[in-house]
Design a protein around this ligand. Structure first.
Ligand code: PLP
Length: 218
C-alpha cells in the first residue's frame, strides 16, 4: 500500500499556484498513508465517516486540518465539533441547527459549507434553491457559513458536468453578495477537478488519484 507520491508532488504546487486548496480525501485509507502525504507537506485531509475520522484524528498530528466531506447524521455532530476544520456537506436546515446547538454547547464556532443539489442523479444529497432561500445565517451564531460544496453528475458528458459547476458558481456568487465571509467553493474530485477549477472552484477534493483505488471489501 503506497500513495502516489509523484502525482501528489506534481499536483500540490500546481493547485497552490492557482490558489486552489487541495483536500486529500483519505477515506478508507490507513493512517500510515496519511502520514506519508503529511510528510510531503499536505495538511488538509478529507474523511467521509465520523467514526473513522475520530479514530484517525486521535493518532495523527494535531496540525492536520480535517474536512468532513460525507453525509453527516445529526446524532454524530457532537463527535466532530471539537476539532473539525470544515464541514462540507450541510444539506438541511435541521443539520445546520444541530451544528449550531452543539457548537454552542462546546463553546466553538464551526465552519461549514452548504451542499447544493446540482447533479441529475436523485441520490446525491443537497439543498434546493428554495431551501437555501429559507436559511438565514444570522440565526446560527455558532456556525460560520464559509461557502458551498457540490458533487456533479458522475458522467463523462463534459457539457453536462460543466453546466452543473456553473450553476453552483452562480449560487455561490449571489450568496457572496449578500453575506460577507463566504469565500469557499468546493467542487471537483479526481475525475473532474480540472473542469471544476476552470468553472470557478477554489477547493478540490481528490482521493483515488492520490491514494489509489479504494477497496470496498467488508
Ligand atoms: C470520496 C469522495 C471524494 C473523492 O473522490 P475521488 O474520486 O476518489 O477523488 C470527493 N468528494 C466526496 C464528497 C467524496 O465522498
Amino acid at each position: 500500500m503506497a500513495i502516489n507520491s509523484e502525482v501528489y508532488l506534481g499536483l500540490a504546487p500546481d493547485l497552490a499556484a492557482q490558489n486552489v486548496t487541495l483536500v486529500a480525501v483519505s477515506k478508507m485509507k490507513p493512517a500510515e498513508d496519511i502520514m506519508s502525504m503529511y510528510d510531503l507537506g499536505q495538511r488538509d485531509f478529507g474523511e467521509n465517516y465520523v467514526q473513522e475520522l475520530v479514530e484517525k484524528e486521535a493518532v495523527l498530528p494535531k496540525d492536520i486540518r480535517w474536512h468532513f466531506i460525507g453525509h453527516l447524521q445529526r446524532n454524530k455532530v457532537k463527535y466532530i465539533v471539537p476539532f473539525v476544520h470544515l464541514v462540507h456537506g450541510v444539506d438541511s436546515e435541521k443539520l445546520l441547527k444541530e451544528i449550531d446547538k452543539e457548537s454552542a454547547k462546546q463553546n466553538k464556532k464551526t465552519r461549514v459549507l452548504l451542499q447544493m443539489h446540482i447533479a441529475q442523479e436523485e441520490t446525491k444529497f443537497g439543498l434546493t434553491e428554495a431551501e437555501l432561500k429559507n436559511i438565514d445565517p444570522a440565526m446560527y451564531p455558532n456556525v460560520e457559513i464559509c461557502g458551498f460544496m457540490g458533487m456533479a453528475s458522475a458522467s463523462d458528458k463534459e457539457a453536462q458536468v460543466a453546466s452543473e459547476f456553473d450553476y453552483l458558481k452562480n449560487v455561490f456568487e449571489l450568496f457572496q453578495k449578500q453575506h460577507s465571509g463566504c469565500s469557499v467553493l468546493s467542487m471537483g474530485m479526481s475525475g473532474d477537478y480540472k473542469l471544476a477549477i476552470a468553472h470557478g472552484s477554489n477547493m478540490v477534493r481528490v482521493g483515488s488519484l492520490l491514494f489509489g483505488r479504494r477497496e470496498y471489501n467488508a
